[in-house]
Ligand binder design. Structure first.
Ligand code: F6R
Length: 614
């Protein structure tokens, strides 16, 4: 949550302010309550902060017509944790002398006691934030050596931080530090750019260093020294990014969400390419090579994630139990972490996270490892905290997901999890012929999804207007389509603000059916796979109570079409592929409804892309 950018150096083509604001725009999906920038040289620190989106900050900066030559700057886009989204609470925050400015992600847990101590020492506070306390604490320790002051302050802090610090008296360097909140440093000849994720860096350089927890970095133009908190040198590998700048642009689409929906056939192809073998009916996951013995001995699988990633895990629960016969439990990562989970050496724990930075999932991974489980990560962002903490796993290769509402990450997660289910199945109970059938189904996913996009995009736009006025909508599914119903409801509520719930269709009669009124919309996942007959009955029950039915049906299924008010037809395919094309249809439906309602699709209110606080 929140985006950080820092820059030091000289690029003839762009000023530091332009670079920082451009970086913030790339990171805006991480938080958009307020934004701010601090620029400095040896004479002054100039700060500019504004409530709301980065565009507001940019306009304010341009209106100021500041022509001073700065070479260093830090900037931040905020998702509020401590204190409302006001200008006072916006970063960068400054120390009492006004010489030092910081941008901070994370939470300083003991900020109240530190604040009391600083107030007693005569410091005055202008904001309600824990970050200002950290700025003042660094200033309190500053005696002409910024690195030492940051170190002394961090030694007093409990909590998490991704931090960049600038000081007017030492304008030739920036100090960065990390604990629990990511910091990446991009290196080029004459400049260095620091950010909370690589989206802000990729247009400047492909060479990056990821800080580890408890690392401190002293950054000068084109150079970085990394130290531990005792100032011992540590070495971190320079990695090469395989993202290109285009993948973080809208490419002519009106929204990132739409672009990412349409990218899915290609993204899934990238996720599964080279990872299945039709002739042996098996999956080849190089991230799991050499661990067949460990996988053979597992007796239970626990899948951890939050939100959409947890829903992907729920699809995998069906697939792994069916194909491999291993019991699977899916747990919300925070729930796992705080319940003293029963997990041990014979358990495989799969942590799913697009960003690889979700605080609860990361903490759950640590808990599972500590209890001796065999842990693997399923992340999209290479080098992310969860990927590194898990130590082994499978990357999605879905490319950057910028829209706050997750789309392609889900379908790529499910595709990779199906490969894993196939691998586990083949080592246990699936025959060669069965393995080949599953591998073929996985192979078919991108083409079926392309067919769905080609055939249904315009049609879905024509049915969406009938649903924009709904107060509440219910998504019903059974079996593999139950998690899809949950995911469909999540997508609708987060981007259109229509109250939406997903239910197992069998659960309806146990309470939720009381909510149905004349015209209440029901999205019924009536695809022609197991459970369809029962679904037809459930839909009749809803109709009898006046509900309006939007059926997601298999192409040409007249029996299902007849009982629906509107239908979206899904190309006929293997059920494992149907799960994904049905999800994509629901993503398009949510998108069209939200667009008609004039919602901020890529940046829904109150949300941020990576939830790096508990
Ligand atoms: C919903 C959405 C969230 C994320 C969740 C976990 O569209 O994006 O529910 O799925 O915050 O994020 P990751 O996968 O980054 O751990």
């Amino acid at each position: 949550m929140c985006g950080i950018v820092g820059y030091i150096g000289s690029l003839d083509s762009q000023s530091p302010a332009e670079i920082l604001i451009q970086g913030l725009k790339r990171l805006e999906y991480r938080g958009y309550d307020s934004a701010g920038i601090a620029l400095l040289n040896k004479d002054e620190i100039y700060t500019c902060r504004e409530i709301g989106k980065v565009k507001g900050l940019e306009d304010k900066w341009l209106a100021a017509e500041n022509t001073v030559n700065y070479q260093v700057g830090i900037a931040h886009t905020r998702w509020a944790t401590h204190g409302k989204p006001t200008e006072e609470n916006a970063h960068p925050h400054r120390d009492s002398s006004g010489k030092i400015a910081i941008v901070h992600n994370g939470i300083i847990e003991n900020y109240q006691s530190l604040k009391k101590h600083l107030v007693n020492a005569g410091h005055e506070f202008y904001s309600e934030t824990d970050s200002e306390v950290l700025a003042k604490l660094i200033g309190y320790h500053y005696k002409g050596d910024l690195l030492q002051a940051v170190t002394d302050a961090l030694n007093q802090v409990h909590g998490t931080y991704g931090l960049v610090v600038a000081c007017k008296d030492e304008p030739n360097k920036l100090i960065a530090a990390r604990k629990g909140s990511p910091i990446v440093i991009g290196m080029s000849d004459k400049s260095s750019i620091i950010a909370s994720d690589v989206s802000a860096i990729v247009s400047h350089t492909k060479h990056v260093i990821y800080l580890d927890d408890d690392d401190l970095a002293v950054i000068t133009p084109g150079n970085v020294d990394i130290l531990d908190l005792n100032h011992r040198q540590v070495s971190r590998e320079v990695q090469e990014l395989d993202w290109d700048t285009d993948s973080t642009q809208k490419d002519g689409y009106e929204h990132f969400m739409l672009k990412e929906i349409f990218e899915q056939p290609e993204a899934i192809n990238n996720s599964i390419r080279g990872r299945y073998n039709l002739s042996i009916g098996n999956a080849i996951l190089s991230g799991l090579s050499g661990v067949d013995k460990e996988l053979a001995s597992i007796s239970q699988i626990i899948i951890l994630g939050c939100g959409t990633s947890m829903h992907a895990g729920m699809v995998a629960e069906y697939a792994i139990e069916e194909l491999a016969g291993i019991p699977v439990k899916v747990m919300q990562a925070a729930d796992f972490r705080y319940r003293n989970p029963i997990v041990g050496p014979n358990d495989l724990v799969i942590a799913i996270s697009q960003s690889g930075e979700t605080a609860d999932t990361l903490a759950a991974v640590k808990e599972a490892k500590q209890k001796g489980a065999f842990v693997i990560g399923l992340c999209n962002v290479v080098g992310s905290s969860i990927a590194r903490e898990a130590g082994r796993g499978v990357y999605l290769h879905a490319g950057p997901e910028i829209s706050v509402a997750s789309t392609k990450a889900f379908t790529c997660q499910v595709s990779v999890l199906l490969l894993l289910a196939l691998k586990l199945g083949r080592s246990r109970r699936l025959s060669l012929a069965q393995g080949v059938e599953v591998a073929q189904a996985i192979k078919s996913i991108p083409a079926i999804n392309q067919l769905l996009l080609d055939k249904q995009f315009n049609h879905i736009a024509t049915i969406a207007p009938a649903y924009t006025q709904a107060h509440s909508m219910f998504f019903l599914g059974r079996g593999y389509l139950y998690p899809v119903a949950l995911e469909g409801a999540l997508k609708l509520k987060e981007i259109s603000y229509i109250h939406a719930e997903g239910y197992h269709a069998a659960e309806l009669k146990h309470g939720p059916i009381a909510l149905l009124e004349e015209g209440t919309p029901i999205v019924a996942l009536l695809n022609d796979i197991e459970g369809k007959d029962k679904m037809l009955g459930n839909v009749e029950e809803c109709k009898a109570r006046g509900a309006r039915i939007l059926g997601i049906i298999t192409e040409g299924d007249t029996q299902a079409a007849e009982i629906c008010d509107d239908v979206i037809e899904i190309p006929s395919s293997h059920k494992l592929s149907t799960v994904l094309s049905t999800t994509i249809a629901l993503q398009l439906f949510s998108y069209q409804v939200a667009k008609l309602k004039g919602c901020e699709i890529d940046q829904p209110r109150n949300l941020a892309k990576s939830v790096t606080v508990e």
